[in-house]
Design a protein around this ligand. Structure first.
Ligand code: NAG
Ligand code: NAG
Ligand code: NAG
Ligand code: NAG
Ligand code: NAG
Ligand code: NAG
Ligand code: NAG
Ligand code: NAG
Ligand code: NAG
Ligand code: NAG
Ligand code: NAG
Length: 618
């Protein structure tokens, strides 16, 4: 049970008051789910819907639905056809480019997403790097009903629509990290109908390069994240924005005005939400969106990282491989007053009443923290929460196939020339990587697949599993054909290999492991189970064993890595399976079959363990 409502008898006896003490747990949607935006839709059976930034994953813009704010089901992906955004296939800078900060709204029977495809390979003031667009959908439970993009011209990010009482539509967005611009727009065509007006410049918080926390020189903040939303209540226009960059100073602030175009005055209580310099496990709290439930209780969804106090300081020594996750908090918003948020923590307790309701039956995916038992049965599809890094390579040529003839209950992978690092640990020059993955959704988890590697014949042909942050940070265990013993003979090996080269908030580092072990005799001619396990808050273990029907086959550990070698930029760790010839033989040079895809959540840690050791680098 994730929710408990406790009537405290002693308290009732003592005071005679009816007091509801409810509890729920954060994050409400765990793992790589940044920049949440949600909308309550009474018309669709009192259901809450949310979506998130998905950067370059495909499918992307996952839509989650809930009726109790605690159990969240993946119901569709608003970006599910490569033709919607073909540029995702060639974008560089995978860890910082792609789909940014959406806003999800519902109006007149239609869902509406405003968002931006950002090309971070273009610099600074070149505004062609911001491709702003709208997606609409009539059935949130069906991916194929989401529209193609309707483009609109705006030289910035974080666009958010607002419909005033007179029916006019306005677009509010962030420009240059320094101001919020707003203009009326024709929502059907995307045309901006008036001048962009600067309505808010923030509270003057120093930029992240400012004082207090000592930041490394190597890090430059690409853009601030003001993520504006406008709400109208009691005759006031409320402007909610983020501020302070994406890291430790990230926070939510309010301003309000009697007029949509200002002037806006700041909330004296700003920031309404922040984790800065707090002792909480939850840091960087901000980027919120608020909505009422059916009873009129307001809620905020926001992002946070489970990083702990050390997140505020360099040298950067906190470990939070799951990156930015979605947290929920009750909001008190009395008539004519500023809204106030309860502080975010792992266990949220207070005098609030969570809505009641069952998990929607409709939709394409499962609950956000559900385990995976995927057997790739004939006629099945990849689960809705499984995705590619950029667009899938060679889909039309059939680089992926479920249960192809003669290989029932397996996923066929034709290899890519590129491995997970690619050319430069960053781009793919328009080529693809054969890779399917899912989010790490638990602090402790186990992910495994069985691989049929019998199609690997030449040197450096490889099929493996990975704990993957981005092309510059991933650790893999695989079956790889190698010549290692001096005889010149090619033989299958278990290879544990990984790379971590990011300079994000760190002194420049280069961590590379590459260890190969001849495949044990017992695994020759057999399917091999490859496993990635999050063993605790600091370590991942990589192991291999005999594939097959036995769920509990003994596994041998071939290597460990620490979570601080998987540092989130904007995303979070994903686990998955890839196949490559490491640059040697072109596309589709060998075929591998994957079966028995399993993911088991073992533990969700919601408070920084007291015995967490300081991070060390080697
Ligand atoms: C407690 O919860 C019940 C059921 O949601 C509600 O009717 C009642 O008003 C709540 N009491 C208080 C003091 O909030
Ligand atoms: C901006 O980027 C586009 C696309 O790469 C390029 O064609 C254009 O010349 C650039 N503009 C400036 C001012 O650099
Ligand atoms: C999803 O939408 C598509 C396109 O409108 C439609 O063809 C399909 O039948 C729908 N699927 C379901 C399960 O409703
Ligand atoms: C963008 O913001 C910087 C300061 O953050 C400022 O120096 C620059 O003039 C701004 N550019 C534009 C086009 O407003
Ligand atoms: C924000 O700053 C810009 C540049 O200084 C200025 O042009 C604009 O009027 C300011 N906006 C507000 C609402 O003060
Ligand atoms: C909430 O967090 C802020 C910022 O960390 C802190 O100043 C404030 O005391 C907290 N409030 C409560 C009730 O814990
Ligand atoms: C509406 O929600 C209720 C409560 O969660 C549920 O019992 C019911 O089946 C839902 N109805 C539909 C049509 O989805
Ligand atoms: C594979 O699955 C298909 C579809 O269920 C079935 O018709 C076929 O007989 C199966 N092949 C084998 C070898 O089991
Ligand atoms: C080298 O590997 C081959 C193939 O596994 C094996 O037959 C041979 O005995 C090995 N030689 C040595 C010296 O280990
Ligand atoms: C990836 O492939 C390249 C060749 O394309 C190779 O040089 C590099 O060592 C490989 N590295 C990793 C970690 O995958
Ligand atoms: C986590 O697991 C690793 C590998 O077993 C171990 O070395 C490390 O001490 C553990 N850390 C904690 C905090 O338990």
């Amino acid at each position: 049970m994730k929710v408990t409502t406790v009537l405290t008898a002693a308290f009732l006896a003592a005071t005679g008051l009816a007091q509801n003490v409810s509890t729920f747990y954060n994050p409400v949607i765990t793992g790589f789910h940044p920049d949440p935006t949600c909308k309550f839709v009474p018309e669709l059976n009192n259901t809450f819907f949310c979506t998130f930034s998905s950067f370059i994953t495909f499918p992307g813009l996952p839509i989650y639905a809930s009726r109790d704010l605690v159990n969240w089901k993946l119901v569709s992906n608003a970006f599910s056809r490569p033709e919607q955004l073909p540029a995702i296939g060639t974008l560089q800078r995978g860890s910082t480019g792609g789909i940014y900060a959406p806003t999800l709204r519902y109006r007149d029977g239609q869902f509406i997403i405003f968002t931006t495809l950002v090309n971070q390979a273009l610099y600074g003031n070149n505004y062609t790097r911001f491709d702003n667009f709208i997606l609409t959908g009539t059935d949130p439970y069906n991916s194929s009903t989401w529209s193609d993009p309707i483009r609109f011209d705006f030289p910035g990010i974080d666009p958010s629509p607002f419909w005033d009482d007179d029916g006019t539509t306005h677009m509010t967005a962030s420009f240059n990290g320094s101001t919020i611009l707003q203009a009326p727009m024709d929502f059907e065509t995307g045309e901006i109908l008036g001048p962009l007006v600067s309505i808010w410049n923030g509270t003057g918080l120093p930029s992240p390069e400012g004082k207090s926390a000592v930041l490394s020189q190597s890090f430059t903040c690409p853009v601030m994240m003001p993520s504006p939303h406008i709400y109208k209540k009691d005759g006031w226009y409320y402007l909610l924005t983020a501020e302070g960059g994406t890291r430790e100073r990230h926070r939510s602030i309010f301003a309000r005005s009697r007029n949509l175009y200002g002037p806006y005055e700041g909330d004296p209580a700003d920031p309404v939400l922040s984790g800065y310099l707090s002792q909480s496990y939850f840091q960087a709290v901000g980027h919120s969106d608020i909505f009422p439930d059916a009873s009129g209780q307001y809620w905020a969804i926001a992002l946070a990282v489970r990083a702990g106090y050390s997140y505020n300081f360099d040298p950067y020594n906190s470990i939070f491989p799951m990156g930015r996750e979605a947290v929920l908090t009750p909001v008190r918003w009395d008539e004519g007053e500023w809204p106030t948020y309860q502080n975010v923590s792992g266990v949220m307790t207070g005098d609030f009443t969570l809505p009641q309701g069952s998990v929607p039956e409709e939709g394409e995916g499962g609950l956000s923290e559900a385990d995976d038992v995927v057997n790739f049965e004939p006629g099945s599809k990849l689960p809705a929460h499984v995705f590619h890094w950029r667009l899938p390579v060679g889909v039309k040529k059939g680089n992926y196939a479920i249960s192809p003839e003669g290989h029932n209950n397996s996923l066929m992978l034709l290899s890519s020339k590129l491995n997970l690092t690619g050319y430069d640990a960053d781009s793919t020059r328009g080529q693809g990587q054969t890779f399917v993955a899912r989010r790490q959704s638990h602090t402790r988890f186990r992910f495994s697949v069985d691989v049929d590697w019998s199609g690997l014949k030449r040197e450096q042909e490889e099929v493996g599993t990975s704990a993957f942050m981005d092309q510059a940070q991933h650790f893999d265990i695989s079956v790889t054909m190698l010549k290692t013993n001096g005889s010149g003979d090619l033989a299958p090996h278990i290879r544990f290999r990984g790379i971590s080269t990011t300079t994000y908030r760190l002194p420049e580092r280069f961590k590379y492991v590459d260890e190969a072990f001849p495949l044990p005799e017992a695994l020759i001619g057999q399917k091999v189970r490859l496993q990635v396990e999050g063993v605790n808050t600091t370590h991942y273990a990589f192991s291999a064993g005999l594939g097959g029907c036995d769920e509990d086959t003994p596994m041998e550990i071939y290597g460990y890595t620490r979570g601080n070698y998987l540092v989130p930029y904007y995303s979070g760790v994903v686990v998955g399976v890839y196949s490559t010839s490491n640059g040697k033989y072109g596309e589709a040079s060998h075929t591998a079959y994957v079966s028995r895809w399993r993911y088991t959540g073992l533990e969700q840690i919601r408070e920084l363990p007291a015995d967490q050791l300081p991070v060390y680098w080697d």
